[in-house]
Design a protein around this ligand. Sequence first.
Ligand SMILES: C[S@@+](CC[C@H](N)C(=O)[O-])C[C@H]1O[C@@H](n2cnc3c(N)ncnc32)[C@H](O)[C@@H]1O
Length: 326
Amino acid sequence: MDAPTTLEAPLRHTPADLPLADVRSAALAHDPAPARRTRWLRPLRIAELVLREAFAREAIERTPEPEAMDASEGAAAFDREGEAGGALAGVYAFNARALSRMLPRGGTLLDLGSGSARFLVFLARCRPDVRIYGVELSPAMRARGRAAIVRAGLPDRITLLAGDMTELEQIAPRRVDAASAIFSLHHLPDFEHLRRCTDQIGRLRAAHGCGVWIFDHARPRLRRTAFAFPDCFTPDSAAAFKANSRDSLLAAFSYGELRETLARQLPEAPRGACARVLRLYQAHWLAPRATEAENAHGECFAAPALSRQAERDLRGLHGILPQVPA
Ligand SMILES: C[S@@+](CC[C@H](N)C(=O)[O-])C[C@H]1O[C@@H](n2cnc3c(N)ncnc32)[C@H](O)[C@@H]1O
């Protein structure tokens, strides 16, 4: 086996050498301490990542993840990083601002693939006036989410619905002012499921004139980028969370794939942006037809208290996705 390169050093094996299952267990066995010891190398590793990705000729195919998140350590780690002070706080703050601009005073959000509802709790605190429905396929994630909603004292404002985001007719609430999908589309098994889900979003738009907000990873061109990303950008997270991030990147739709599908399935072509510099995040959005949401954002949005790292992450996201209103 070749000696690991700088990018691959956090894993004990080079990604190309091993079947994915072995690589997963290697990542799970990974001790984060060496990553902390080599923190000073991070800027160099990030620069290498950016350059390799920018000049890559190949473009990898998707490696889908299991559709529903279960009771695994990866799901638990994702849930923990959604707590205040976790690695997802900056991302949640970015998404909460964008969505708040789509919600009129007392408006209703329908969120698709809500997981353990951490983001929904975050948003409900930023916008104390709104009502939130989340659709989640996995019973384990719904159970985790309902417990989090009760702990946050928000069961009268957030409801987790059992359901599939590719079949919303039976479960969508009567009123929808905004529809969102955050870090969830990459869980869909294939393009047919993506088509069905975006068709459902298109129907919501046609019926309610609702705002649409989609935020997700974008698949890198190189497999090694997905392996290096977690240690570069969330070096202090648990190994299971890093493995989850890597698998999400490998499963993500590319910016072009998602943009093309949305343009075909939605009644109006949404605006879209792929992150500058390292193209690993993407957002697509349609402003609501009714215009009162912008005022409601100004009047009702309560900026959350963020850790210094989350503030940096929030500023960083606005820096790499400048088209999204701050
Ligand atoms: C990575 S989690 C994201 C959770 C949440 N949006 C967040 O950002 O914290 C994605 C969730 O989508 C759920 N999911 C996957 N396919 C789904 C489907 N067809 N319908 C509803 N939920 C689905 C998974 O079970 C998982 O809990």
